[in-house]
Design a protein around this ligand. Structure first.
Ligand SMILES: *[C@@H]1O[C@H](CO)[C@@H](O)[C@H](O)[C@H]1NC(C)=O
Ligand SMILES: *[C@@H]1O[C@H](CO)[C@@H](O)[C@H](O)[C@H]1NC(C)=O
Ligand SMILES: *[C@@H]1O[C@H](CO)[C@@H](O)[C@H](O)[C@H]1NC(C)=O
Ligand SMILES: *[C@@H]1O[C@H](CO)[C@@H](O)[C@H](O)[C@H]1NC(C)=O
Ligand SMILES: *[C@@H]1O[C@H](CO)[C@@H](O)[C@H](O)[C@H]1NC(C)=O
Ligand SMILES: *[C@@H]1O[C@H](CO)[C@@H](O)[C@H](O)[C@H]1NC(C)=O
Ligand SMILES: *[C@@H]1O[C@H](CO)[C@@H](O)[C@H](O)[C@H]1NC(C)=O
Ligand SMILES: *[C@@H]1O[C@H](CO)[C@@H](O)[C@H](O)[C@H]1NC(C)=O
Ligand SMILES: *[C@@H]1O[C@H](CO)[C@@H](O)[C@H](O)[C@H]1NC(C)=O
Ligand SMILES: *[C@@H]1O[C@H](CO)[C@@H](O)[C@H](O)[C@H]1NC(C)=O
Ligand SMILES: *[C@@H]1O[C@H](CO)[C@@H](O)[C@H](O)[C@H]1NC(C)=O
Ligand SMILES: *[C@@H]1O[C@H](CO)[C@@H](O)[C@H](O)[C@H]1NC(C)=O
Ligand SMILES: [Cu+2]
Length: 659
């Protein structure tokens, strides 16, 4: 529709939130040096600022800006002192500056700028993003990863400790990188379990409407406040359950799930919330006779997918993981940790009897058993306050849920069998990705074919706790002790970042080059247990085909895998790799979905392809925090010229006086 009303709404949103409207604006020449963007910042006077203003309607012909943010990382409290009387039902106190209400339960956490989620980044394509990360958490090493951004030839800014940088001690680290591609992304910690504690936030890169591949009328509004960040939440700190406690069956589980940091703490047995039902929920304001683009970001840490529905509204999917897709309308989206989905809702023909509808989020798999579900509100109220709109339409519950007619990504879906239960491979990319080089990625014979089984190695308890054994592990409950494996290797991080090495050396390993020590590990359950930095070498521009097979043997758990540095084509997925007929899935006529995170169907497989055209050292891993922490990862070392590191890039490593 008209961008004028969009501007007005944006403007109004800013006034409501009380943010500065005219902050500092720093523009860049269109042809700024993207190969060493940090070199211009001093001249531009960025050094003495803490933030600059970048939120605007992205229009053709605009100059790019420097988008500066300061992230202060702290130990903090949900429902702490900043929340005053929020816990006593004084709703407006829940919105006070620095108050993190979460689900109403007090707990220690880690925050960025005393917000949950942390500060959102909303910029235009080609802007230069600068984030000064100041770690004030005593005794910790921090990092921030910019999930989904390719960091072309610039792994230095990818934010993975011991792969691309040293952990950030109690000091400041400046991330500087261009907003290369438009779409929905997010940022999160890549250190320990810090993401589970609260270190995550939205990162959205917009571009002028004329540059988007869809027809201009598919939505009227694309507003920053229509970003939905999902995260799970516990009432204890995550390390209480790392590695896990023998008496805590069913084991390592979330307590609830939050929407933009808000949620009710619901008891699935009684269906009562244990705080009080006037406690705030995330509220998304819309008006009738219009259409709105929403963006879902799944920042969940535990082993579950989540189902998202909006009462009386269909969801028209338009993009996944930042990449446009051919429109497809569903009523239910299932998304896994690390994934993003953009969808449009149409607000014509919405009953005038209702002033609000329930957005209903349900945990699947094990989280369905745990009774994890949550609400947010889609409000048509004319009352523009964020406070306390409770729809008077019936609230869906686990006993009286919203119906599913058409759903994407449902856990037990058999791909290709039903037009209502859709797989990721039923999606099609659109946009300018039929350039000569790309089309061959999904039609050509790959240069490299990798088949990587993913699963767990279970230890015998007596053997495991022998003297001098310190393998990393998780304890599900009782004496079930295990580590995660890919190609039979538990990934360990080396003691200094892989990016610092000029060439692969014998501190790395992989299936063709296992260290001698691996063969000797005595374990009653398998002879070949191995912990080492699993690094696979790829030549620049190789077409790589990678098949992941879930061998973890847990019917209700499935592993969402995320590749750094790239997006990949999702070629095929299914339940039985051995029986799958390769010839039945040739994709020549249409472009497969292009994503950076994909869920392996439980006990099934997924095949992806990418062209290794981004030299660097890139982590590839399961996006469940406990699985990554116990070794479900590997690294691709892609040969070719990378950008030099910024001057003075910090270094770290072992200090050992003897060898
Ligand atoms: C930043 O510092 C420089 C020199 O120290 C000064 O010239 C400039 O005015 C300062 N800019 C702002 C916005 O304070
Ligand atoms: C909470 O509310 C009570 C009265 O409703 C008031 O006396 C008290 O000062 C408030 N506390 C805070 C921390 O605002
Ligand atoms: C839920 O309610 C049931 C029944 O009152 C109670 O036994 C249980 O402890 C509650 N669960 C939680 C997590 O509060
Ligand atoms: C949603 O889509 C279904 C199937 O296309 C249709 O029958 C239904 O009327 C739609 N609902 C709304 C609210 O648009
Ligand atoms: C729901 O609330 C709206 C606005 O408050 C009211 O006009 C409408 O009658 C209510 N509908 C029902 C079914 O109670
Ligand atoms: C808006 O809603 C709030 C909370 O329900 C209420 O206190 C306030 O009076 C309403 N304002 C208007 C203008 O209706
Ligand atoms: C769900 O489906 C059932 C059976 O088809 C139907 O009776 C019911 O009205 C539907 N509920 C909603 C909320 O559409
Ligand atoms: C998939 O799950 C749904 C809902 O739990 C169930 O109704 C359906 O039978 C399941 N399908 C298969 C093939 O397991
Ligand atoms: C696709 O991209 C290429 C290279 O970036 C450009 O030359 C070409 O014009 C684009 N095609 C379309 C249809 O936009
Ligand atoms: C992994 O280990 C198992 C058990 O030792 C062995 O049977 C299997 O061949 C190994 N797989 C790979 C890919 O090395
Ligand atoms: C395995 O690692 C060794 C040593 O780092 C390396 O020479 C070899 O190319 C690697 N193999 C693969 C398949 O990447
Ligand atoms: C799929 O591709 C293979 C190899 O390129 C070819 O031999 C086979 O005939 C193709 N199958 C179909 C169904 O097109
Ligand atoms: Cu996993």
């Amino acid at each position: 529709m008209c961008s004028y009303s969009q501007n007005l709404l944006l403007f109004a949103a800013l006034i409501i939130r009380g943010s500065p409207i005219f902050g500092t604006i720093i523009e860049l020449p269109d042809d700024y040096d993207r190969t060493s963007p940090w070199s211009e910042l001093t001249e531009l006077g960025v050094g003495n600022l803490t933030e600059t203003d970048c939120l605007r309607t992205c229009a053709a012909g605009q100059l790019p800006r420097v988008c500066l943010y300061t992230f202060v990382l702290e130990f903090y409290a949900a429902m702490g002192t900043a929340c005053r009387n929020c816990s006593n039902g004084v709703l407006k106190d829940c919105y006070l500056s620095q108050c993190i209400p979460a689900d109403g339960v007090q707990r220690g956490m880690m925050s960025v700028n005393r917000q949950l989620p942390g500060p959102p980044i909303n910029v235009c394509k080609n802007d230069l993003i600068v984030v000064n990360v100041k770690n004030q958490m005593a005794g910790t090493g921090a990092s921030i990863h910019w999930h989904g951004l390719p960091m072309t030839r610039n792994p230095w800014m990818d934010g993975v400790p011991y792969v691309t940088q040293c952990p950030i001690g109690e000091s400041t680290f400046s991330y500087v990188f261009p907003a290369e591609v438009a779409g929905t992304y997010f940022w999160h910690s890549h250190s320990g379990l810090h993401r589970t504690h609260g270190h995550y936030g939205a990162l959205v890169i917009r571009e002028p409407r004329v540059d988007e591949p869809w027809s201009n009328d598919i939505y009227d509004f694309d507003l920053p406040e229509h970003t939905i960040v999902l995260s799970d939440w516990m009432h204890e700190t995550a390390e209480m359950f790392y590695p896990g406690l023998p008496s805590r069956k069913p084991g390592i589980e979330p307590t609830t799930v939050l929407v933009n940091g808000f949620g009710w703490y619901l008891n699935a047995t009684t269906n009562e919330d244990s705080v009080n039902s006037s406690f705030p929920l995330a509220t998304f304001h819309v008006s009738r006779n219009s259409s709105y683009r929403f963006r879902i970001i799944n920042s969940v840490s535990h082993v579950c997918g989540y189902q998202i529905q909006i009462q009386n509204h269909n969801l028209t999917l338009i993009a996944t993981d930042g990449t446009p897709i051919v429109l497809i309308t569903v009523d239910t989206i299932v998304c896994y940790p690390g994934e993003r989905y953009d969808f449009v809702i149409n607000t014509s023909n919405i009953s005038l009897d209702e002033d609000g509808f329930w957005i209903y989020i349900t945990g699947l798999g094990r989280c369905k058993d745990f009774g994890i579900f949550q609400y947010a509100i889609l409000s048509y109220g004319t009352n523009n306050t964020e406070l306390g709109i409770i729809p008077n339409i019936t609230r869906p519950t686990p006993d009286d849920p919203l119906n599913i007619t058409t759903v994407l990504n449902y856990p037990n879906t058999t791909c290709g069998e039903s037009s209502d239960y859709l797989c990721i491979t039923d999606l099609r990319s659109i946009g300018n990705d039929t350039e000569a080089g790309n089309s061959s990625v999904w039609t050509a014979e790959p240069d490299v074919r990798l088949v990587v089984p993913v699963g767990f190695h279970y230890f015998d308890i007596d053997d495991f706790h022998r003297k001098g054994s310190y393998e990393k592990y998780e304890n599900l409950y009782d004496s079930r002790i295990r580590a995660s494996i890919m190609s039979n290797i538990t990934f360990t991080f080396p003691s200094s970042p892989i990016t610092f090495k000029d060439k692969p050396d014998d501190t790395f390993c992989n299936t063709t080059d296992l260290p001698a020590a691996c063969q000797n590990v005595s374990s009653s359950t398998a002879a070949s247990y191995c912990q080492c930095p699993n690094v696979v070498i790829l030549q620049e521009n190789d077409i790589v085909e990678l098949t992941l097979i879930d061998q973890s043997g847990e019917p209700k758990v499935s592993h969402p895998f995320h590749l750094h540095g790239y997006s990949f084509y999702v070629m095929r997925m299914g339940r039985n790799y051995a029986d799958d007929d390769e010839n039945s899935w040739n994709q020549t006529s249409s472009v497969p979905p292009f994503k950076d995170t994909v869920n392996i169907p439980s006990e099934g497989f997924v095949t992806i392809r990418f062209r290794a055209d981004n030299p660097g050292r890139w982590l590839f891993h399961c996006h469940f925090e406990w699985h990554l922490s116990t070794g479900m990862a590997m690294v691709f070392w892609v040969e070719g010229d990378m950008l030099p590191p910024p001057p003075g890039f910090p270094r770290c490593g072992d200090f050992i006086l003897f060898n």
